[in-house]
Design a binder for this molecule. Structure first.
Ligand SMILES: [Zn+2]
Length: 642
């Protein structure tokens, strides 16, 4: 793996230097140190989860060292999270010792993820014990990881390691201690299990951190697929046993995911695959990809609610697709030798890594029938197209800024998201862009080829987990192998330049046109219902919560022009108390009402009134067929696995 990465990375840097000149020339990578934790003499970690229901976990480590000044680091740049998100603020009660003799430690003044010690003469292994707090407020930097019934375990949270080594040549032997009655799931090979104590086989640090480990009192392990001597499993953990009672037809749809993904990519790069799915309203939603597993988190009723599947049914398919696109194939500058400085990840190529993957995740979810059937995709496309087309921030902020600044955009919260844009845009607009590419390929090849041919050039074949890096030039070359086209100009237009409108031609090219009427878009409607939001985005121009508190106001919309802003709460409309249903009635009646809509607003304890001039009625986006054309969307989204 090390060789492979070095060779691929070298080629990548050369390709960039050719196209972009010295501005992107990189300083030589620092020389790595010899790893002291070897396969024969690994670092050890015992993660004690027995206190998880109380909101903390205990970690006991032994770490190979050498006498003299020595530095340990806590993982900072976490793969799949695309940022310096290691939860340093959750680390507590750090004790380091040589045998029974305590060793003082001090934090580095600049790199706060580094801890300096002086190892006494003759000492070659130290103990490190610490507590990890599990339930900080939500966010990548922290968040809730345990309830009284389950825990989401990411090994990067529970370890220190030698500074400046290659994760692929640094070895760890991990053990897990579970609370009574709990079970666990992960993709790590087991050496031995005795009751609630599990010893895993020695693996590299890269593999350990790549192996999220969920555990809990209520669980189900389901074999999802077998073939070629390999298997995929769904490991579900819930706060309540009934949340695991998934309807049989839904499990059947999920069982189609593995063969559909293998058909899409023409192979696989995992030896076993485990979806680790934590179902908990207390922990909330998240999805982090790994080579042979994924850390999937969703609400209690995610697997039992039709609406939840319609809205978020691409969670498991998106993370699964990342095993090919993101883990096996990875941007050359996102792949680093370890998790710490001076090896920050560079995220500009997330338009491929996440942008294409958003399309792939939805594509597999529709092909396997989880998020809808092929015939439902046009309605979904109308929803996401409209989201991107009506975002005013696109007038100043190109996709390349969103991907380059991803570590900050991921953390961005709060008001006026449509002005600032956010990390979700390179996912959603990425889907439009890759659908555009798919339809271009189908049109040029007269239906003989599609993006399914590109996925095979990009990530086909069969192997165990490994990393092969790529550059923008590689992507354009692979696409050119499928059909000749100005792919460099394509990405320059949609990613690297300000695009006043999102990719649009794919709609007509696939045989559809966008229309507006007063019937809610099904996907938007479910999203608003589950999010308890009032969607006036396409009419007066705002989103509010069900109590009338404004969440976003669309620039230059009637609401914006009248002066509505974040921080205000709509108390009354036309002198009658605000409610979501009443608001809908007001908008519906606006086509036959002469005067403006009269708002009574409350902000910081003060009341005011504003008049919004709107007479357009209810407006919701849909796609309809253009008669006599080829229906590409249905063909793209029909099941492809044999
Ligand atoms: Zn992703």
């Amino acid at each position: 793996m090390f060789r492979c990465r070095q060779i691929a990375g070298f080629a990548a840097v050369c390709a960039l230097a050719l196209c972009c000149g010295p501005a992107l020339a990189q300083s030589p990578a620092p020389t790595l140190d010899a790893p002291l934790a070897t396969q024969a003499n690994p670092m050890t970690i015992t993660l004690d989860e027995t206190t998880a229901p109380r909101g903390f976990a205990l970690t006991h480590m032994t770490i190979p060292v050498k006498p003299g000044p020595f530095t340990l680091v806590y993982p900072q740049w976490i793969p799949g999270e695309h940022g310096p998100t290691g939860p340093l603020n959750d680390l507590a009660v750090l004790k380091i010792s040589a045998g029974t003799t305590p060793i003082e430690w001090s934090r580095d003044q600049v790199d706060m993820y580094a801890f300096h010690i002086v190892v006494p003469p003759g000492v070659t292994r130290i103990n490190a014990d610490f507590t990890v707090l599990l339930n900080a407020p939500p966010g990548f930097l922290d968040g809730a990881f345990a309830t009284s019934n389950l825990m989401v375990g990411n090994w990067n949270r529970y370890l220190l390691y030698q500074q400046n080594v290659d994760n692929e040549r640094y070895y760890v032997k991990a053990s897990l201690i579970l609370p009574p009655g709990w079970d666990y799931g992960n993709a790590l090979p087991v050496q031995a299990r005795s009751g609630q104590h599990i010893d895993f086989k020695t693996v590299t640090l890269e593999t350990l951190v790549d192996s999220p480990t969920d555990s809990g009192r209520y669980f189900k392990h389901i074999l999802m697929w077998s073939g070629g001597g390999t298997h995929s499993y769904l490991d579900m953990f819930g706060d309540h046993p009934e949340d695991l009672d998934v309807p049989a037809d839904r499990i059947a749809a999920y069982k189609r995911v593995t063969p559909d993904a293998i058909a899409l990519y023409g192979g696989r790069h995992w030896d076993v695959y485990h979806w680790e799915l934590a179902l908990s309203d207390l922990i909330g939603g998240e999805g982090i990809e790994h080579h042979q597993s994924s850390d999937d988190r969703a609400g209690d009723d995610f697997m039992t609610s039709d609406d939840q599947q319609l809205l978020g049914g691409d969670l498991l398919t998106h993370e699964f697709s990342h095993s090919w696109n993101g883990k096996y194939r990875r941007p050359f500058d996102l792949q680093q030798p370890n998790f710490n400085e001076p090896y920050p990840e560079h995220t500009e190529l997330l338009w491929q890594y996440e942008g294409m993957n958003q399309y792939m995740g939805d594509l597999i979810a529709f092909r396997s029938g989880i998020k809808g059937k092929a015939k439902d995709y046009p309605e979904y496309l109308a929803s996401i197209y409209n989201q991107m087309a009506t975002e005013p921030g696109r007038a100043t902020t190109p996709i390349i800024d969103l991907t380059t600044g991803a570590p900050y955009y991921y953390e961005a919260r709060g008001a006026y998201g449509s002005l600032r844009r956010n990390a979700g845009d390179f996912y959603t607009e990425g889907e439009l862009m890759w659908l555009d590419a798919d339809t271009i390929i189908r049109q040029i090849s007269h239906g003989k080829k599609s993006l399914d041919d590109y996925t095979k050039v990009f990530a086909g074949g069969v192997s165990s987990p490994k990393v092969v890096t790529y550059t923008r030039a590689d992507i354009e070359r692979y696409l050119g192998q499928v059909v000749p086209y100005d792919w460099h100009g394509f990405f320059t237009k949609w990613v690297y330049s300000i695009a006043p409108v999102p990719p649009t031609d794919e709609i007509a090219r696939s045989g559809y046109k966008l229309v507006w009427n007063d019937k809610p878009n099904r996907y938007d409607d479910v999203g608003n219902k589950l999010g308890k939001s009032v969607d006036a985005w396409n009419d007066a121009g705002f989103f509010a919560d069900e109590d009338g508190k404004l969440v976003d106001v669309r620039e230059n919309s009637p609401a914006w022009n009248a002066g509505l802003g974040i921080g205000m709460k709509i108390v009354a409309v036309n002198d009658r108390a605000f409610s979501p249903d009443y608001w809908t009635a007001v908008v519906k009646a606006s086509t036959s009402t002469a005067g403006p809509i009269h708002f009574t607003l409350e902000q910081d304890g003060f009341y005011s009134t504003l008049d919004v001039s709107y007479h357009g009625g209810l407006r919701y986006p849909h796609l309809v067929r253009i008669p006599g054309t080829v229906d590409m969307l249905t063909d793209i989204m029909r099941p492809h696995a044999k």
